[in-house]
Design a protein around this ligand. Structure first.
Ligand SMILES: Cc1cc2nc3c(=O)[nH]c(=O)nc-3n(C[C@H](O)[C@H](O)[C@H](O)COP(=O)(O)OP(=O)(O)OC[C@H]3O[C@@H](n4cnc5c(N)ncnc54)[C@H](O)[C@@H]3O)c2cc1C
Length: 505
């Protein structure tokens, strides 16, 4: 099925670097003077058309927020359409020492792109081209504004795909995914974004370009800046192009769903899967409280999706926790063989099988239970506090049991779900409204859950990043030596501290 490499347009020419870029002359400030927003807008407007420099209007407020609870107001938002425009903005910002907040599609859950110190929001979502596909190297080059869904659609004709698959695959940009080192439902088998990068092209404060990595699968020429930039939350540089690793699309996918008597039984079963020989491509967990909400949300359709397992979940007893999983392979027979092996293990550990299939239509029906999850939480309240701790995969049972105890200590009931195959839990508390006085207690409980995750050898955030939301908890995991080292790394990239200031560094 392979096709020759196609070049849709000219990608970044990494040889034509810093010296060739026409940095324009800017008016100097008087000593002690700070840059007025009007001056910044005028300087940016020397190169970028005015309709893409936004300072007011109905869409302006959105540049000050993401999907977390934090909001702020920038002085100006700039929609960059070319790499040179990004370079110009970074040159202006550095020249006048003005904060710059790189932004993708604003789906972040930790406040990463929120412009807490005002200044410039630099939106890279218009840089959304698939520049080049090289099937012979299983690679492609993309602008940061493309979503994974858009990329994988375009890669279908090459029979290739990009395996990391965040649940936000249609609402998040690849630039944002790289900045957060996004994971997702396929991480258990295929890893996170960091594992799928050949190289990055980035703009530094001041406007210089830096090209990391190479197109070779193996590359140990010096420090691995690709991995450092991946997960750096827009604090080191702005990603303007990425060269991604690809795989042939697996033709067969198997899907199955199991209900367990309680959360710990499901966690124990997940641990056994991970200790076994078959690696599922997806292994997701929904606790009994979440499942109760899903059943309510599905209403009359619950029986159709869950069959007789509905009686386990919605029966008079406490209800059941769920594991949903997928396998992938070259043939249906292979995908089914993997499922059959997992089925023997899971039913042996008390799992009640709800469905097991390699048929896509049937799988979608089973998968509804997982896809209804997010809206279902609102069965228990309007306001959501949710964080994404992760623990080593041999300590899932201890975490699940410990989390229940933390909830009891604070008089709160968790909704716990997530990518259990990666040990990554989305621990969630619902409240009646944003004025609910119990929210302060909820934040304390989240702090204690972070402590629990760290005490088990895990982390305060598996995929959403520190941003603003996790900043109060960072010291639970990183000591002052570590934080100081990160500060020194940041200042090597960004000596004036203009990139994403006011967060955790
Ligand atoms: C419903 C829902 C489901 C989600 N599911 C998942 C999931 O499964 N896995 C997961 O990991 N996350 C998930 N997320 C979180 C979110 O989608 C990711 O963090 C995503 O990577 C953010 O991408 P974005 O383009 O929206 O970035 P933004 O929110 O715009 O920015 C996020 C961070 O990236 C930086 N940034 C953006 N673009 C650039 C750039 N070009 N160069 C440098 N830095 C940049 C910003 O400064 C900021 O720090 C989910 C969010 C929602 C709302």
């Amino acid at each position: 099925m392979g096709r020759a490499a196609a070049v849709y347009n000219k990608p970044v020419d990494t040889a034509a670097n810093t010296d060739s870029f026409p940095f324009i002359e800017l008016p100097e400030l008087e000593p002690g003077e700070t840059a007025d927003p009007l001056l910044i807008v005028a300087a940016i407007g020397e190169v970028i058309e005015h309709k893409r420099i936004i300072t007011k209007g109905p869409e302006f407020a959105a540049f000050g927020e993401d999907t977390s609870m934090d909001k702020a107001r920038p002085d100006v938002a700039v929609l960059a359409k070319t790499v040179d425009e990004v370079r110009h903005v970074m040159y202006v910002a550095d020249f006048y020492s003005v904060p710059v907040y790189a932004r993708g599609l604003g789906s972040g859950l930790s406040g990463g792109s929120v412009p807490v110190k005002g200044g410039i929001v630099l939106d890279t979502s218009p840089l959304n081209r698939l520049w080049e596909v090289t099937p012979g190297n299983r690679s492609c080059r993309v602008g940061p504004g493309l979503t994974i869904q858009q990329l994988n659609e375009q890669l279908k004709s090459y029979n290739l795909w990009f395996p990391p698959w965040p649940s936000s695959h249609d609402i998040a940009s690849i630039g944002g995914n790289i900045a957060e080192n996004a994971g997702g439902i396929t991480t258990v088998k295929y890893g996170t974004f960091r594992h799928w990068l050949f190289s990055l092209t980035c703009v530094l404060p001041g406007g210089k370009l830096v090209h990391t990595g190479s197109s070779a699968v193996k590359d140990v020429a010096g420090l691995d800046l690709t991995s450092l930039i991946c997960g750096s939350e827009g604090m080191l540089c702005v990603v303007v192009e990425a060269e991604l690793r690809l795989l042939p699309i697996p033709p067969a996918i198997g899907t199955a769903l199991y209900v367990f008597d309680n959360d710990e039984a499901a966690a124990r079963a997940a641990q056994s899967v991970l200790a076994g020989p078959v690696t599922p491509r997806t292994l997701e967990f929904m606790d009994a409280t979440v499942m109760g909400c899903v059943v309510k949300q599905l209403g009359d359709e619950a029986r159709d999706a869950l069959g007789s397992a509905l009686d386990v979940i919605a029966g008079p007893a406490t209800g059941g926790a769920v594991l949903a999983l997928e396998t992938d392979a070259h043939t249906d027979a292979d995908a089914l063989a993997q499922l059959t092996q997992l089925d023997a293990l899971l039913t042996g550990l008390g799992g009640k099988q709800v469905g097991l299939t390699v048929d896509r239509a049937e799988a979608l029906k089973i998968w509804r239970v997982r896809s209804e999850l997010s809206p279902s939480c609102h069965q228990l309240g309007e306001f959501k506090l949710s964080e994404d701790v992760a623990v080593p995969r041999h300590r899932l049972v201890e975490f699940v049991a410990g989390l229940t105890a933390v909830g009891e200590q604070h008089g709160l009931t968790w909704l716990n779900y997530g990518h259990i195959g990666d040990g990554n839990f989305h621990i969630t508390l619902m409240f009646d409204s944003e004025d609910d006085p119990r929210i302060a207690v909820g934040r304390e409980a989240i702090g204690d859950a972070c402590k629990l995750a760290v005490s088990l050898g895990g982390t305060i955030t598996g995929e959403h990043g520190v941003g603003l939301a996790k900043a109060p908890y960072l010291k639970l995991q990183r000591d002052s030596e570590y934080i100081e080292l990160m500060r020194r790394v940041k200042s090597a990239f960004d000596p004036k501290g203009i990139l994403n200031p006011g967060k955790w560094l």
